[in-house]
Design a binder for this molecule. Structure first.
Ligand SMILES: C[C@](O)(CO)[C@H](O)COP(=O)(O)OP(=O)(O)OC[C@H]1O[C@@H](n2ccc(N)nc2=O)[C@H](O)[C@@H]1O
Ligand SMILES: Nc1ncnc2c1ncn2[C@@H]1O[C@H](COP(=O)(O)OP(=O)(O)OP(=O)(O)O)[C@@H](O)[C@H]1O
Length: 322
């Protein structure tokens, strides 16, 4: 759809921003607090699957969101709500409200193009929120730095601040308290999205149930950062990284989606150094020795499963204007 089809002025000012999806190289989860959120200690890596959001000035003061006509989505966007529930919409409304901007002169239409699988545990909606936040901040000339936007982003979701900053980082609290990690580039991964999504809250709840019933040991109230993953990132050693990675949400994701364990076995069979669930799943991540091995692994997985496998690398930069 073009801006004219939407009844927007084709000469309206616009800003386009790109923001990355993420994987969690380590995700340690404690018991839920009174607000239902779980304390985590995670190591984020921003990867080369990016979302693109264009913010176009609207003269009527409304905030609207829709799929992009100028950049192509590479994933199925059927389950994306194109209304005020959309995380990009929520980001624009949050910025306007928090800064007390006059709604009449701060309307915006947000065009979203997606590369990150929807509900795949890779923070795609969070990347849309991060991109929308920066795009609106530039469009509305708020003068915020990226670090300030990352702080403003926290109420939008645990993963949103990280997509603003990108790179690699330790995330504490709900995942939004970030400390950048100096990683040596690049880590080569193969991502295998599933044909259905998993709900993040349901995966967290399933972890709680498995722990309550004694199938899994309880996590500490304050989970500790996986130092071995940090060392491996600084040493740029793929085998060390593969060995050190962990994810407390892997077991609940596999319980909810048992087919994942077959694909995990298959990836190892095809030479991956390690396979793991990405975040809350069901996307799987496999660690490869180098770029050539990642390309080989991706085609072998595609051939054996008929499912698309995506060679990616990280760390990559956070949200930035194109
Ligand atoms: C699984 C991860 O992606 C790992 O990075 C994040 O922890 C989830 O990040 P997110 O999708 O941005 O999360 P939010 O939108 O803030 O939360 C979605 C839901 O996940 C659960 N949630 C999320 C983060 C957290 N530390 N504890 C939780 O229990 C809550 O039920 C929450 O309602
Ligand atoms: N811009 C958006 N893109 C995708 N989904 C969105 C968006 N806004 C809202 N949603 C809703 O959020 C749900 C989760 O989407 P998302 O792709 O962010 O999941 P995810 O990658 O698993 O998230 P995370 O890894 O941060 O937990 C979708 O099923 C959809 O209903």
């Amino acid at each position: 759809m073009t801006t004219e089809d939407l009844g927007l002025d084709p000469t309206a000012r616009h800003v386009t921003v790109s923001a990355p999806g993420k994987v969690n190289l380590s995700l340690r989860v404690g018991p839920p607090g009174a607000d239902g959120y779980h304390p985590v200690a995670t190591v984020y890596l921003a990867v080369s699957l990016r979302e693109t959001v264009t913010a176009i000035a609207r003269a009527d003061g409304r905030i609207t969101v829709g799929p992009s006509g100028r950049h192509i989505s590479l994933v199925d966007t059927e389950d994306v709500p194109w209304d005020e529930r959309n995380l990009a919409h929520r980001a624009a409304a949050h910025l306007r409200h928090t800064l007390g901007l006059d709604p009449d002169s701060h309307g915006v239409h947000l065009e979203v193009a997606k590369q990150v699988p929807v509900a795949g545990g890779m923070g795609g909606g969070s990347a849309d929120a991060a991109a929308a936040l920066l795009a609106c901040s530039v469009l509305w000339e708020t003068g915020h730095t990226r670090a300030e936007l990352a702080e403003l982003a926290a109420p939008l979701g645990a993963d949103v601040p990280f997509s603003v900053l990108g790179g690699a980082a330790v995330g504490l609290g709900t995942g939004a308290e970030l400390t950048p990690v100096a990683a040596r580039t690049p880590v080569h991964l193969v991502l295998v999205p599933a044909d259905a999504g998993l709900s993040t809250p349901v995966v967290f709840q399933t972890l709680d149930e498995l722990r309550r019933e004694g199938h899994l040991t309880d996590g500490p109230t304050r989970p500790e950062v996986n130092e071995a993953v940090l060392r491996a990132l600084t040493a740029a050693d793929p085998l060390e990284l593969a060995t050190a990675m962990d994810n407390d949400l892997q077991t609940p994701a596999v319980v909810l989606f048992p087919e994942l364990s077959d694909v995990l076995d298959l990836g190892l069979d095809e030479g991956a150094l390690r396979g793991m669930v990405s975040g809350s799943g069901p996307t799987l991540l496999f660690v490869a020795q180098d770029e050539a091995s990642a390309l080989r692994l991706a085609s072998a997985i595609e051939e054996r499963t008929g499912v698309r496998a995506l060679p990616v690398h990280g760390p990559v930069p956070g949200a930035h204007v194109l």
